[in-house]
Ligand binder design. Structure first.
Ligand SMILES: C[S@@+](CC[C@H](N)C(=O)[O-])C[C@H]1O[C@@H](n2cnc3c(N)ncnc32)[C@H](O)[C@@H]1O
Length: 253
């Protein structure tokens, strides 16, 4: 059998959201001081732990609130496998009941990643997330971007869906769309601006260009080149606004 030529590995994907969260953990540790205990994270709609488990591995005490019992079961098993079960607390509840189930928790870092697309009232959800953030703490919101979804439909030949997503106020392609909404940058920042207790700190696109680099292109650039490009594109409109997910960071005053 002839050996296949080795494929050039794809450049590593640069995750500007994870990088921002790492920076914030360092700042939160500094705020807490040596004897201040672990950084407290609240991950609402945290699902099976894609963000929660890595944060626990970085030494955080993480509470995950999610309405799905199945997702929380996967989270528990993932946390066990990663050896961080003691640092991950799973609570089954809707974001509407956040204050009740978290019993007055004020977290250093609150995540609402992939949540606002599903809730009945995104403004009320942002209000609950802000209320659960400690003064000086950070709220991180990551939401499906409307324009990336339009482009994705066009390149897969679903032009009708693309037109409906662009004209529908909620960015949906129809009643069977699983998401209740997709947001653009202005809509997401308006939700933060409406909350008096929050100050908008950063707006960026999650995975703007790095994923577009063809896998087999040996001269696509060094990982450092790709990282530098992605970092720049993530905060440069209009590229930023075309990212598949829009990310905002807001400080609780
Ligand atoms: C797309 S997943 C996001 C999971 C994870 N945060 C991530 O970014 O990978 C959305 C999660 O939100 C949960 N969810 C949806 N509506 C919710 C609500 N009203 N209150 C709490 N969780 C909700 C779902 O059960 C699901 O686990």
């Amino acid at each position: 059998m002839t050996a296949r030529p080795a494929r050039t590995p794809a450049p590593p994907v640069v995750d500007v959201v994870a990088a921002s969260l790492r920076d914030e953990l360092a700042a939160a540790r500094a705020r807490r001081g040596i004897d201040g205990g672990a950084v407290r994270v609240l991950d609402v709609g945290g699902g099976s732990g894609a963000w929660a488990v890595p944060l626990a591995e970085q030494g955080c005490e993480v509470t995950v609130v999610d309405s799905s019992a199945n997702a929380l079961a996967v989270l528990r098993s993932r946390a066990r496998d990663a050896g961080v079960a003691a640092a991950v607390h799973a609570l089954q509840a809707d974001v509407d009941a956040l204050a009740t189930v978290t019993d007055g928790l004020h977290a250093d870092l609150v995540l609402g990643h992939g949540l606002l697309e599903y809730v009945d009232d995104p403004a009320a959800a942002v209000r609950s997330l802000a209320a659960a953030t400690a003064p000086g703490g950070l709220l991180s919101l990551l939401v499906a971007g409307r324009y990336a979804a339009v482009l994705a439909r066009v390149v897969s030949g679903r032009v009708g869906d693309a037109r409906r997503m662009l004209s529908d106020p909620a960015g949906r392609w129809g009643p069977a769309d699983q998401l209740l909404r997709r947001l653009d940058t202005a809509e997401l920042t308006a939700l933060v601006d409406a909350e008096e207790s929050l100050t908008l700190e950063r707006v960026q696109g999650h995975r703007v260009l790095a994923d577009l680099i063809p896998e087999a292109m040996a001269d696509a650039g060094t990982p450092a080149d790709v990282a530098a490009l992605e970092e720049l594109a993530s905060t440069t409109p209009p590229l930023r606004d075309l990212a598949s997910r829009i990310h905002v960071l807001a400080r609780r005053v």
